[in-house]
Design a protein around this ligand. Structure first.
Ligand SMILES: CC(=O)N[C@H]1[C@@H](OP(=O)(O)OP(=O)(O)OC[C@H]2O[C@@H](n3ccc(=O)[nH]c3=O)[C@H](O)[C@@H]2O)O[C@H](CO)[C@H](O)[C@@H]1O
Ligand SMILES: [Mn+2]
Length: 344
């Protein structure tokens, strides 16, 4: 009896003392199960991790990467450890293998206002040949002359929409207002229609592959005219009165305004900030030296790009090829500024 009584007493004591422990064990189990469940599904949702559905039949064949041998004539990484993309620093087969299974859509904005519609045909035809081949691409053509947009045969999985925007009699305004129009079009539709976005100058042609190696959270391109210069020679905005101001002893690279890219949301923030600052300057009767390009450079100084494209991705036809540029991928055509622009 004593034994029994003790047991009962013991049991009773045990239950009243153990309640918190039992609850703890239950809570712990629930948390653990939740964690396992969440990590499994979040991994499935994370597009950066390729899912090897059928391990037996999957083979990845490409040249073995070397730790010791690579390009030594150019710098292929920024001091904040973002890649600088040059020919020979990436394997196109390998990067396509990573990005293609993600089923991505790439938005591409291009402005063709006034006489610049004449550049559309070559831009689009060469993009079909070289730009993001094998990916879903949605071109957004902004123009005041929708009837002059040429019809270009697009490959499967590629679409083009024409969006009418007002013209202007100042090229500076056309160029700079791209930020505002990209911002509002992302709000209206692009954020639902694409994963990445590239915003490009129309007066240009593609000459070689521009592919998935260029994808990243926030992507900028080094301007071909200034990469050999010291930063005090960069044509940044130098007047402190402008919100694009960069002092002589600051700056990384001089980025070209002809290309901004990245995740739709990151480019959205960039365009929104640059647009607001451009308008703030306008309110103070100041226009930055190179309009939106100056604001872009200021933005990127404090919001570092996660990937930087070498001048292979933004060349100019009038410029002779230099030895470090092995491939010209995208290049601005020679144009008669006085003839194509609404003002000089
Ligand atoms: C290579 C490069 O980085 N170029 C930049 C540079 O000069 P660019 O000489 O390249 O400027 P641009 O005349 O090509 O103008 C930029 C873009 O605005 C559009 N546009 C312009 C005028 C016009 O009448 N109709 C029209 O549609 C068109 O898409 C054009 O590609 O500086 C500009 C800012 O001042 C932009 O930052 C450009 O991107
Ligand atoms: Mn241009």
């Amino acid at each position: 009896m004593k034994y029994f009584g003790d047991t009962i007493g013991g049991t009773m004591r045990f239950s009243s003392n153990a309640k918190p422990y039992v609850l703890l064990v239950i809570a712990g189990t629930v948390l653990l199960l939740g964690y396992v469940y969440f990590s499994f599904f979040s991994e499935r949702l994370n597009r950066d991790i390729p899912i090897d559905e059928d391990q037996k039949s999957t083979r990845l064949l490409y040249k073995q990467p070397s730790v010791l041998v690579g390009r030594t004539d150019v710098v292929a990484v920024t001091p904040w450890l973002a890649p600088i993309v040059w020919e020979g620093t990436f394997d196109p087969v390998l990067v396509d293998n990573i990005y293609k299974p993600m089923n991505l859509t790439i938005a591409t904005t291009v402005f063709a206002i006034g006489k610049y519609v004449r550049f559309l045909q070559d831009f689009l035809e060469t993009a079909e040949e070289h730009f993001m081949v094998g990916f879903h691409v949605r071109y957004y053509v902004f123009t005041d002359r929708p009837h002059d947009v040429p019809s270009v045969n697009l490959s499967q999985g590629r679409h083009l929409s024409v969006i009418q925007v007002p013209g202007s009699n100042r090229w500076q305004e056309i160029s700079a207002r791209r930020m505002e129009i990209i911002q509002t079009t992302i709000e209206r539709q692009i954020r639902r229609e694409a994963d990445y976005i590239f915003c490009l100058d129309v007066d240009s042609k593609f000459h070689a592959r521009w592919g998935s190696e260029s994808l990243g959270r926030l992507v900028a391109v080094i301007h071909p005219g200034y990469y050999e210069q010291t930063r005090d020679r960069f044509p940044y905005e130098r007047r402190p009165a402008s919100t694009a101001y960069i002092p002589m002893d600051e700056g990384d690279y001089y980025y070209g305004g002809a290309m901004i890219g990245g995740f739709v949301e990151d480019v959205y923030t960039l365009t929104k900030v640059c647009r607001t600052r451009f308008e703030e300057d306008a309110g103070n009767s100041i226009e930055a030296a190179w309009q939106e390009e100056s604001h872009l450079n200021r933005y990127l100084l404090y919001n570092k790009p996660s990937k930087v494209l070498s001048p292979e991705y933004l060349w100019q036809d009038f410029k002779a090829k230099t030895k470090e540029v092995k491939v010209i991928r995208f290049s601005g055509v020679i144009k008669n500024y006085a003839e194509v622009r609404p003002n000089v």
